[in-house]
Design a protein around this ligand. Sequence first.
Ligand code: SF4
Length: 490
Amino acid sequence: MVIAFIGNNFKYEIEAVTKLFLPLQNFEFLFEEIPDSADNFCIVKREKAAAGYSLSVNVLLNGEKREISQNESGEFSDEKDETILCQSLYKILHELTGITPPWGCLTGIRPVKKVNKLLDEGKTKAEIFSILKEKYFVSDEKAELAFRTALAQSKALKMLDTRSFSLYISIPFCPSRCSYCSFVSHSIEKPEAKKLIVPYVDKLCKEIKEISLIAKQLELRLDTIYIGGGTPSVLSAELLEKLMYSVKKNFDISKIREYNVEAGRPDTITEKKLEIIRDFGATRISVNPQTMNDSVLAAVGRKHSAQDAEEAFKAARKLGFRNINMDTIAGLPTDTLQGFEHTIETLCRLDPESITIHTLTVKRASRLFSEKDGITDNNIGEMVRYGQKKLLDTGYVPYYLYRQKNTVENLENVGFAKEGYECLYNIYIMEEAQTILAAGAAGSTKLVNTDSGKIERIFNYKFPYEYISRYEKMMEKKSGITEFFNNLSE
Ligand code: SF4
């Protein structure tokens, strides 16, 4: 499809809305009139009129043509004009394709952020629902989900100041690579990856120390920690201990509110590692089965069984962990609605404090993207609906929510927790509410000015080999942290 922008450059949002209806189309973008030969096209136009200006969207799709136009008074207003054009395009494509995207034309990855902003402005629930439904065409079901999520976050979001921060530590190694994975994580099945682990942890401990010095100098207060990946528990017990000792030695963890370790893959979890995680102060862990169906686990390249996941969970309970999360993914290759129901029911029986339901995302970097096998199950929407309802009925509450590009059926990922067990780190990262200082390969430091909402980012090298070999160069960029906080004080 050719999309032409005349008198505007609203490419990002217009493309995002078009993709809601035509996810598999290739697009060509023009900033001039469309040639007569174009088969399928969309013309998004803003032009001066005798009084004010006009906005129009004109679409030809598979031989059917539609147009919506309207006149506006005064001068151009980018924000308002973009919204009007997106709404017009949404209405046309909805009519031409018969598709009703559940999140309407709300295309961003953080729908709850919008609800939080409306709550901050003092809007009532009824007013927020009317904005979500009338301006963005969000379904009742998703409006309710976003609103409930925002309410569950409100307490955590009030307890923040610009000088508090979370520490993220990245372990980009896994025991094998899942077919749907697009993260940089390296499978340690490959000897060249395995041999990087020891030097990687060395550099990581060095970076943790340097971050602690920066934080001390700037009088920043550590609030939460998240060791994620990858699979942190893929580290040997000795390396895990070395890493967690380094955190304990460099930061005062007695005052932090939360310490997460994403143990992750059950096949890497041992009693010894759980004891280390517990003894070095972690308050919350994740045991992530993704599915409780052995055939699906095998189909996505995970080398553990559902029984392994259950045993890892029970071992953690036995060792005293009272805040455990379990992750699932709806829409995995070969999974079925019945299979997904079994997963959710099994997790509810295990009774962890939080359960996250992700929707399968097929990104270009994943093996699944090139293979595209078994991902055409039409029941993904049903799986998500079933899972969310079951968790709500069981007493879990949605507390963070985000969407990713290329998520199957454009659905969302939602973290559910029992009251009082909402993961602060997940809320803060998703709502971009708190500074995150990141250590390790692919770590992304996010500097947040909580007063102005301004955000700056500093990226670590993506791959472990470059993180190790170019460590000094990478650390030069960390001076941006000091600059950011010094500018705040001026
Ligand atoms: S466990 Fe997670 S990070 Fe590791 S390969 Fe699987 S999806 Fe990727």
